[in-house]
Design a protein around this ligand. Structure first.
Ligand code: CTP
Length: 407
């Protein structure tokens, strides 16, 4: 199975202007192409001094247009043809000079001609010296572009080619890629839908330095959040502690304990379209949390446990009263009798379906990048999948949720 992203099958023109950040544009072009987009590039004459069109052609498999193409035999087609049919024009890096030109409608090279002729959205990643960026002329030009709905990504603070530190560095390639991904996901099949997704392993404090937790990394829940965002959903990601980067566009709510997650879920699900409980929630917690650190000279501690609340059971009650969330999905990490144990949970927790996995496999489940799951629905129908990446598993789950939502 291959992952589809909002870039898959899209036509993205990458414009490159004369800045030392040109070398990062090659990485960006490669990432667009790897995500399944068709990526012709246009280099301005100044960009050609920094980087060769061959670099872009090599990473995208598409023609990299240069100034000579505007004056060649097909120039009359090229100058408007490139922008027609494009889904997006991204200019990265975008110099103060090109910002000024497109703000004022100048069309003196193949890129600025294309920008003026294009009818698709335009995104720019400004890159310049800090003084040039803060100059009123540049700021006014950027304001003109903002009003025209041209979306600027960055710049960011940092060390610049001059050796000085300031605001003017091109945004990082991942940031630009993620902004483009989010932009192209708008109007997806789940636009207008709100999905609540939980992730990670809760932590139950024992004393000020120790907690009881589990081996969940949060990777599957975060991949679900990204897959839902890719379909244009509004996503609330309720996360126990993880070292993962929040997918751009998700509203992340940080929690520590099972009770905090319970409260966060209860306050978020009313009116929502789906709840996906990918978090590994503690089933019990120490009855008492010691105020001071438990010292070993006091002997072995005797720890009494109490049950935490079952979050899905509480939400099932809300759904019975209000009809929301419209879809409920659980996870079941089992070490034996996978189908029986998981199916019992579908029934007991009133789920639309459960994602069951066998945690005895070292390639699936906790802390690894792959997962092997079986989806089991309320009628007992099961669908077993081979070993896949957590991103692929996330897409399968989100596709199933979409069907249940009638999308
Ligand atoms: N879950 C929950 N609230 C809890 C514990 C679990 O909502 N206090 C959710 C999990 O997020 C998961 C599903 O219930 O989606 C199943 O979790 P699991 O721990 O496998 O099931 P339990 O009902 O706790 O049963 P057991 O641990 O005994 O297998």
């Amino acid at each position: 199975m291959t992952i589809t992203t909002p870039l898959t099958g899209k036509h993205i023109i990458l414009g490159v202007t004369g800045s030392i950040a040109c070398y990062k544009a090659a990485d960006l072009a490669s990432k667009f192409a790897q995500a399944g987009a068709t990526v012709p590039t246009i280099l301005t004459p100044c960009a050609e001094k920094f980087i060769s069109p061959l670099t872009f052609q090599s990473v995208t498999g598409q023609k990299s247009f240069v100034e000579a193409d505007l004056w060649g035999g097909e120039g009359h087609i090229q100058h408007i043809g490139l922008g027609i049919g494009a889904d997006l024009l991204v200019i990265a890096p975008c110099t103060a000079n090109t910002i000024a030109k497109i703000a004022h409608g100048l069309a003196d090279n193949l890129l600025t001609v294309t920008a003026l002729a294009a009818r698709c959205p335009i995104m720019i990643a400004p890159a310049m010296d800090g003084g040039m960026y803060s100059h009123p002329a540049t700021q006014q030009n950027l304001e003109i572009l903002r009003q025209r709905k041209v979306h600027a990504i960055g710049p960011v603070e940092g060390r610049m080619a001059s050796g000085m530190v300031g605001l003017g560095r091109m945004a990082e390639v991942n940031e630009i890629f993620n902004r483009v991904r989010l932009t192209l996901s708008q109007n997806g099949d789940l636009s207008g839908c709100h999905l609540v997704i939980t992730a990670g392993g809760t932590q139950e404090p024992l004393d000020p330095v120790r907690t009881l937790t589990n081996r969940s990394s949060g990777k599957q829940g975060y991949a679900l959040a990204q897959a839902a965002l890719d379909k244009g959903a509004r996503v609330t990601l309720i996360s126990a502690p993880t070292g993962l980067v929040t997918p751009l566009g998700a509203l992340r709510v940080d929690v520590l304990t099972a009770e905090e997650m319970h409260q966060a879920v209860l306050s978020t699900v009313p009116g929502s379209d789906a709840l996906i409980m990918a978090a590994a929630v503690a089933d019990f917690r120490p009855q008492k949390q010691a105020v001071e650190k438990i010292k070993k000279d006091k002997g072995k501690p005797e720890i009494q446990f109490e049950f935490t609340s079952d979050i899905l059971a509480s939400v099932a009650q809300i759904k019975a009263d209000t009809g929301y969330p419209r879809v409920m999905v659980g996870f079941a990490a089992e070490s034996q009798n996978l189908f029986e144990n998981a199916y019992q949970k579908v029934v007991k927790k009133h789920l639309d379906f459960i994602v069951a996995n066998d945690i005895t496999s070292n390639k699936a489940g906790f802390a690894v990048d792959t997962n092997q799951v079986t989806l089991i629905d309320a009628t007992g129908k099961s669908e077993a999948h081979p070993l896949l990446s957590k991103e692929e598993v996330a897409q399968i789950i989100i596709n199933r949720v979409m069907k249940l939502l009638g999308k």
